[in-house]
Design a protein around this ligand. Structure first.
Ligand SMILES: [Zn+2]
Ligand SMILES: [Zn+2]
Length: 68
């Protein structure tokens, strides 16, 4: 159902609908592998949940490690 935006593939951050909270956010981190989006708020709210630290986070969808 969800369509991915190809043009944003190279970007690590993009505007879009957060896959965690479902809200449209101006800045989301994107998984380069599956296109999963997580907004800054969710990232900040769940550092343990998403296993992120200052430089990396784990995509909860495909478990791919992404650098910030
Ligand atoms: Zn969110
Ligand atoms: Zn992913």
């Amino acid at each position: 159902m969800s369509r991915r935006k190809r043009k944003a593939l190279r970007q690590k951050t993009t505007a879009g609908i957060c896959d965690v909270c479902g809200r449209e956010m101006p800045l989301c981190y994107r998984c380069q592998k599956c296109g999963y989006l997580i907004c800054q708020e969710c990232m900040a709210a769940g550092p343990r949940k998403f296993s992120c630290n200052t430089v990396t986070w784990v995509c909860p969808n495909c478990l791919n490690w992404e650098t910030l």
